[in-house]
Design a protein around this ligand. Structure first.
Ligand SMILES: Cc1cc2nc3c(=O)[nH]c(=O)nc-3n(C[C@H](O)[C@H](O)[C@H](O)COP(=O)(O)OP(=O)(O)OC[C@H]3O[C@@H](n4cnc5c(N)ncnc54)[C@H](O)[C@@H]3O)c2cc1C
Length: 456
């Protein structure tokens, strides 16, 4: 390969981390950021790594999913996390920052790095040669988004994220739910939450009157085109039975523990409505609420969805959302190294690859940047152990089912199970943390001792 520098497109959280890791490896970078030449619908400044909404990177404790990811990134020399640590503000257990100082500090540091050439320019097409990292985020500019759509193929691209909540399997009451597919047909069985008439009517009333989140203007625009995928609360508002003829239809679903559903004597045992949960990950630890894309406020989602039989104590790893979000269908497209399968010198990171949240975007930037530099230096790209939160995220997005792929935040449900079952949640999460950090340290040491230097 003759190229000696990497092109990084987008200087948000992922792009900044990627550019920094590349430069720290001694490789030159052209870092393109379209702001302020071209505005995005959500950013307000011209600074790099602007935090578009909250100033929080999530829980700090390392036995929480976000906190574990912070700690992994800290050990790997992330500039985003070290800058966040330096400019943190009190936030009751969360890693929150003074957003102005945080972004301006990163802008100055990157702009002054001798190997980073910051160009304020919109890129409208994927560069056809060289090593390139795409990190243009959920609000990728329209022309580049069209080119990315052409490159990936229509079915591998989304402009709008209408995601249902995801629930941790072991928080579902297995004595109430039952595993079955409709009429016992179909590819795989669903977990079904049965409702009697009284339970359904109560749920329907609460859902129809629950509080919705405000849509931003540019999101309202997109929502208009999304009639085929209405929020569950909109269906509830359309009438008492609308959901029972839609995602909550009970036909063909029966709990075999109650007898044979074809037998007329069991007719009275048939559920009045059913909420279905579809398996989200290979291990069956995460379950997606089918048809529950929603605009309800997060607190309201927890309150109302906990009325569903079997979900009374449900632990949500991701709440439902409906917002503008450009992301690719990574499972059909990317290796866990974040290289495209069809062009290994093209890498992607950040919200664009279907991870969710600031810290996950930073993690993607670290890996894509590190691997881009390694390609230039003639080294093998890295795959992070999947027992770490970082490794598990990139394992998930590159191996989940492409058919139902939706963005995923860091959470313990994507990690491989521990060798033995631990009932106590805090203790279990502590064990996940210990295993992750030990495995990360061992992996880093191995890289260093085999002279495949990991960038720190
Ligand atoms: C409205 C909104 C609110 C959000 N709130 C939160 C929140 O509170 N907490 C949270 O954790 N996550 C939130 N997210 C998700 C959030 O976007 C990501 O967590 C994070 O910003 C993603 O980082 P990124 O680097 O992938 O994208 P970004 O941070 O968006 O960075 C992408 C960069 O690429 C630039 N760019 C785009 N197109 C081009 C182009 N063609 N050429 C050159 N540059 C380009 C953009 O200007 C931007 O600077 C929110 C997202 C949106 C849209």
């Amino acid at each position: 390969m003759t190229t000696t520098k990497v092109t990084v497109i987008g200087a948000g959280l992922a792009g900044v981390e990627a550019a920094w890791q590349i430069a720290q490896a001694g490789v030159a970078v052209d870092l393109y950021e379209m702001r302020p030449v071209r505005a995005s619908p959500a950013h307000h400044t011209a600074e790099l790594a602007e935090l578009v909404c909250s100033n929080s990177f999530g829980a700090m404790a390392s036995d929480r999913a976000a906190g574990l990811l912070h700690e992994e990134l800290r050990r790997l020399g992330s500039i985003i996390i070290s800058t966040a640590d330096r400019h943190s503000v009190p936030a009751g257990g969360a890693l929150a920052v003074d957003r102005g100082v945080f972004s301006s500090q990163l802008t100055t540091t990157l702009a002054n790095h001798p190997l980073i050439n910051l160009k304020r320019e919109e890129i409208t097409e994927i560069p056809t040669d060289g090593v390139v990292v795409l990190a243009t985020g959920p609000l990728t500019s329209p022309q580049l988004a069209s080119d990315l759509q052409r490159f990936t193929g229509m079915e591998y691209f989304s402009f709008f994220d209408a995601a249902s909540p995801i629930v941790v399997g072991e928080s579902i009451n297995q004595e109430i739910v039952f595993l079955a597919s409709r009429y016992d047909k179909g590819e795989s069985a669903y977990l079904n939450c049965p409702m009697n008439k009284e339970q359904y009517l109560h749920f329907w009333q609460e859902l129809a009157h629950a509080e919705q989140a405000e849509l931003k203007d540019f999101e309202r625009e997109n929502a208009k085109f999304f009639e085929g995928c209405l929020p569950i609360e909109e269906l509830a508002k359309r009438g008492e039975d609308t959901m029972r003829y839609g995602p909550l239809k009970p036909v063909g679903l029966f709990d075999s523990r109650l007898g044979d559903f074809r037998d007329p004597v069991n007719k009275s045992k048939r559920p009045y409505a059913v909420v279905q949960l579809r398996q989200e990950d290979k291990a069956g630890e995460l379950w997606n609420m089918v048809g529950f894309q929603t605009n309800l406020k997060w607190g309201e989602q927890k309150r109302v969805f906990s009325l569903i039989p079997g979900l009374e104590k449900a632990e949500f790893v991701r709440m439902g959302v409906m917002h503008r979000n450009t992301f690719i269908n990574s499972p059909g497209l990317l290796h866990p190294t974040l290289q495209f399968q069809s062009r290994e010198t093209l890498l992607a990171a950040g919200q664009l690859v279907g991870t969710e949240g600031y810290t996950a975007a930073t993690a993607g930037g670290w890996l894509a940047g590190t691997n881009a530099a390694r390609l230039i230096l003639g080294k093998e790209p890295l795959i992070i152990p999947n027992t770490t939160m970082m490794g598990a995220l990139f394992d998930f997005i590159s191996s989940a089912s492409p058919k139902h792929f939706q963005p995923m935040p860091p959470n313990f449900g994507i990690l491989p199970q521990l060798p033995s079952k631990i009932r106590n949640k805090r203790e279990r999460y502590g064990q996940y943390r210990d295993r992750s950090l030990t495995d990360l340290d061992t992996w880093q040491t191995k890289l260093l001792t085999s002279a495949l230097t990991v960038v720190t």
